[in-house]
Design a protein around this ligand. Sequence first.
Ligand SMILES: NC(=O)c1ccc[n+]([C@@H]2O[C@H](COP(=O)([O-])OP(=O)(O)OC[C@H]3O[C@@H](n4cnc5c(N)ncnc54)[C@H](O)[C@@H]3O)[C@@H](O)[C@H]2O)c1
Length: 366
Amino acid sequence: MSIKVAIIGVGNIASALIQSVYKAKKGEKIEGLMSEFIGRYTISDIDFVAAFDVSKNKINKDLSEAIFEYPNIFPKITDLPKIGVNVSPGPVLDGVADHMRNIFNPHELNIDLNDVIDVLKSSGAEIAVNLLPVGSEKASRLYAEACLKAGVAFVNAIPVFIASDPERKWHKMFKENNLPLLGDDIKGQVGATILHRTLVRLLHMRGVLLEETYQVNIGGNTDFLNMMIEERLYSKRLSKTEAVSSILPYGKKLEAEEKIRIGPSDYIDFLGNTKIAYIYIKGRSFGGFPVTIEAKLTVDDKSMASAVLVDAIRIAKLALDRGDGGVIAGPSAFLFKHPPKQAPDDETAYYWFTRYVMTGEDIFID
Ligand SMILES: NC(=O)c1ccc[n+]([C@@H]2O[C@H](COP(=O)([O-])OP(=O)(O)OC[C@H]3O[C@@H](n4cnc5c(N)ncnc54)[C@H](O)[C@@H]3O)[C@@H](O)[C@H]2O)c1
């Protein structure tokens, strides 16, 4: 069995994802898998058939070499064979912020939508995974459009609102073309979002009235460096904030009163891919007494994302097999921070995910 995947943005997550899949293909032990099987598929069924980037360091190189090029820092965790897929140049658009030019080192070629469609078609890709830098609004939409035209499913790992577009424009177009769409903004395996949601849910379930909360994230890779520019962060803040506020019936009120602050907060070079999240929550318990929780989470940010992507890719394949088009909404609520419909808690999201896997029944989005 084969799941033919195209990668959009050959950065640190791509490196973690590709190496983990090859480890599995070689029969090496993979710790921390969330789902051994999704339908009939294991992670060793994933094959990488196309890849796009804009970096002169990466384009026209075999994927097995490109993932180790500067500025990627995800370590080598297995020996890779030559994959036989050269990284194709993609259109730069807004993928590279001014302060990232010297680091991403973009090409000056003239690449457009049709070039992307041609590569997708000739590679036989079935599913594309969007791993562009935060703030790549135009570039993400171009790749999504290329997928529609090439007949490829789209897994949107970043906070550009495509699956969760409030007008459901993309949902409708993918549905009309019988192509699955999953997103937006991948939720880490045990990342800050799921931990924060769980703590908030616990306090709410036990009757505590939440008054204020923040989540501060720091890290030392290009993802964090790119996010030092506040203008690129609008949708990231929205995605991370709504993922937590949606747990509370009065979450929107807390947002309006600016009592929730969540987002990437600093770049600290020596942290590399280690992400540290500080979570603070204050509320009132029975009789009005204060309850305060402060938690610190330390994880490898890229392992967190790739663990969930191997499930999202297999859900997209299952949806293709079943002829399901448009947003695969229940699984998106479990696997992504900003799905079109948030679950009230992660147990419900998990139920939606497993029900889709087992029966094909999905939740309804209007
Ligand atoms: N836990 C996580 O790591 C996590 C969770 C949720 C979302 N995300 C998001 O996933 C995305 C990828 O993360 P990463 O750490 O791999 O990023 P990265 O900075 O390592 O890689 C981004 C890659 O995109 C390339 N690129 C830039 N513009 C491009 C274009 N127009 N076309 C093709 N390629 C282009 C860059 O050259 C680079 O190789 C980021 O947006 C990140 O915020 C990450």
